[in-house]
Design a protein around this ligand. Structure first.
Ligand code: MG
Ligand code: ZN
Length: 186
């Protein structure tokens, strides 16, 4: 099986900020997320980050800086005993109307093409409805909301009623346990 668990970054792995993550000093890991990633380290899933970073397109940080932050996030996860096998970033502002900014599926499609992933066996976990929409548009098996980051607020938005049904969990750890209850993770 070459399937992925796609993870949003801000609000899932690191704390979401009202202002953008503009430098490493803005990065605060969600401690239990690191533990959750360590726990699925031996699973057959590719672990793939898919993150909108419109701060680049808005001219607030350079693409170089955004990529460097992602590199350090990956290193930090590895140092904590986990792994991230790929990182895909949308650097565009909404006005650029690109095909990769979630809720569009471009990041997942790029990753699937480059990493030879079977999307229909893959999962998407995010703290925003746009993460779930990107997952569905890419054809993932299941898209899951977590209540970390913006998740609690997002789970209460009226638009939820217009979306396909989805599972919501308090933590990344619980979301991953759910995934592993659907598909063998060992
Ligand atoms: Mg997020
Ligand atoms: Zn984009």
């Amino acid at each position: 099986m070459n399937a992925a668990i796609f993870l949003d970054r801000d609000g899932v792995i690191i704390e979401n900020r009202d202002q953008y993550v503009l430098g490493w000093e803005d990065v605060a890991f969600i401690p239990e997320a690191l533990e959750a990633l360590r726990n699925i380290c031996n699973s057959p899933f590719r672990i793939v980050l898919v993150t909108n970073q419109s701060a680049v397109g808005r001219g607030l940080i350079t693409l170089e800086t955004a990529l460097e932050i992602n590199r350090r996030v990956v290193e930090h996860v590895q140092a904590a005993g986990g792994r991230i096998d790929g990182t895909w970033i949308c650097p565009h502002s909404p006005e650029e109307n690109c095909s990769c900014r979630k809720p569009k599926p471009g990041l997942l499609l790029q990753a699937a093409s480059a990493m030879n992933l079977n999307l229909s066996h893959s999962f998407m976990v995010g703290d925003a409805l746009s993460d779930l929409q990107a997952g569905w548009a890419a054809g993932v098996r299941e898209a899951i909301l977590v209540r970390t980051g913006r998740g609690t607020h997002q789970s209460r938005l009226p638009q939820v009623a217009d979306l396909p049904p989805f599972h919501t969990f308090d933590t990344l750890a619980e979301a991953l346990i759910h995934i592993c209850s659907q598909v063998s993770c060992s």
